[in-house]
Ligand binder design. Structure first.
Ligand code: GDP
Length: 460
């Protein structure tokens, strides 16, 4: 079948959604840039498509980048859609019903630096969500005595290194494999892995020289094609389903939502239900926006209006009444169903992440629904009771809430990736409420535990 025959067929395979995770400075952004860059250099015109919040690399381009490694006739997936915002933070934001929205993930680890706090956190989140992933052992070019060869598969380059360089790199790689094993994952260099569902493949790469990037794309395609195909079988012509990535003011459009669409189609004029802080929003799509081609950005106009978008895609929806839309919340096209039915579905999905609150405990704020869920899970694991958990910045009323805990207990507020409003900080100071904020979940857990320990020691 030609492309034209397949694009609108119900039951088509949609593009797998790929997220990039890892510790700060380990090379997530560079690796994404390299993937995009290689795709542009190797591919014909239209080699990649820029979406809102994501980049699509079509199968033809993947196979051109991967050279002899990928035979395009072996695949019936359309390509790969990379989420542009790297980090476990956007990964947690992008939840879908029952788990992660990303189908597969790349865990980037700097071979010089090994596992670091955000690597640990990313691994835990990947484990909790059951997301298949590969490890990109990045910056292999910095190995002393490394002899680069961007034109050959990384296994060959690795094997062609001097004994000295190989043993240096091996030391780092085996430490990494050991860390993975401490987290309950059996992993190995990717060319030794038979079953990528059972064993996590480790791919030596360099976001600098591009070595290993073709291999990485190959393994991702294989992983999606072999083990995840069921998830890609969607009715792309059916009513759209997606997740809010961001809520943004956009000149000329008012409040808009950036959405990653993982199922079906959204059309201009569609009635949609969007998850919000309070009741779900029911509204009508006024415009569907995608980024303009780079060459056209000379004018003020940054977006193109389109009539419809089909999964998987990243797009911006302009519609009335989006002010309370919540990052991480579901978006559903109503289609042939009743508005009530779809509202109930969105409510049910939001209830899935709603927190079982205790009468007394910590007050929790996070910037998105997904990160709130991840934080509350971590607190539960550490047996720290949670009194309330909401999306949003830390406001005075959150501080007031924290003070309602019994006096002999601790008045603590934990904020993940949020701002503490000045009035809230002042109120907390006056009323002896302790606020911890961080963008590392386990830091918050550790800070809280250290604080409680110290207070209890002082009370004795
Ligand atoms: P992020 O915070 O994980 O997104 O990391 P960045 O992509 O911003 O990379 C952090 C720094 O490491 C930057 O200075 C990059 O140029 C550098 N870097 C990233 N990947 C590589 C690599 O493969 N080799 C070398 N030599 N430097 C790299």
């Amino acid at each position: 079948m030609s492309d034209a025959d397949t694009t609108d067929d119900p039951g088509d395979l949609r593009t797998p959604i790929v997220a990039v995770l890892g510790h700060v400075d380990h090379g997530k952004t560079s690796l994404l840039d390299k993937i995009r860059g290689s795709a542009v250099i190797e591919g014909e015109a239209g080699a990649i498509t820029q979406h809102i919040g994501a980049t699509a690399v079509p199968l033809d381009t993947v196979s051109e980048v991967a050279g002899s490694l990928v035979d395009p006739t072996e695949f019936d997936l359309p390509g790969l859609l990379f989420i542009d915002t790297p980090g476990h933070h956007s990964f947690s934001t992008l939840r879908s019903r029952g788990g992660a929205l990303a189908d597969i993930a790349i865990l980037v680890v700097d071979v010089n630096d090994g596992f670091q706090p955000q690597t640990e956190e990313a691994v835990r989140i990947l484990k909790d969500t059951g997301t298949p992933f590969v490890v990109a052992a990045n910056k292999v070019d910095t190995t002393p005595g490394w002899n680069p060869n961007p034109d050959s598969p990384i296994q060959q380059t690795y094997e062609a290194q001097s004994d000295r360089a190989r043993s240096d790199l091996d030391e780092a790689l085996y430490e990494l494999i050991g860390e993975m094993s401490d987290h309950g994952f059996s992993s190995d260099l990717y060319w030794r892995v038979q079953n990528f569902q059972k064993n996590v493949g480790v791919i030596p790469v360099s976001a600098e020289t591009g070595e290993g990037v073709p291999d990485l794309l190959t393994v991702l395609m294989g992983l999606a094609q072999r083990y995840m195909k069921a998830e890609m079988e969607v009715d792309v012509a059916g009513p759209g389903a997606g997740t809010v990535l961001e809520v943004k003011d956009e000149q000329g459009f008012g409040k808009t939502v950036d959405v990653i669409l993982y199922d079906g189609t959204v059309r201009s004029g569609d009635t949609v239900v969007v998850g919000a802080q309070n009741d779900p929003i029911v509204t009508e799509v006024r415009a569907l926006l995608k980024p303009r081609e780079l060459a056209e950005i000379r004018t003020e106009k940054r977006f193109d209006d389109v009539d419809s978008m089909q999964a998987a895609a990243g797009l911006k929806i302009a519609a009335p009444d989006l002010d309370d839309a919540m990052p991480g919340a579901p978006v559903r096209v109503v289609g042939d169903r009743s508005v009530e039915e779809v509202v109930a579905e969105v409510e049910a999905e939001l209830a899935e992440v709603a927190v079982e609150t205790e009468e007394e405990g910590v007050v929790v704020k996070a910037d998105t629904l997904g990160s709130l869920e991840a934080l509350v899970n971590a607190l539960e694991e550490a047996e720290i009771p949670v009194m309330s958990a909401e999306v949003g910045d830390v406001a005075p009323r959150d501080v007031a809430m924290a003070t309602t805990v019994d006096e002999d207990k601790h008045h603590v507020l934990l904020g993940f990736n949020v701002d503490v409003l000045p009035a809230a900080a002042e109120k907390a100071e006056n009323e002896d409420v302790r606020i911890f904020d961080s963008d590392v979940i386990y830091q918050l857990v550790e800070d809280y535990e250290a604080f409680v320990e110290e207070r209890e020691r002082a009370q004795k």
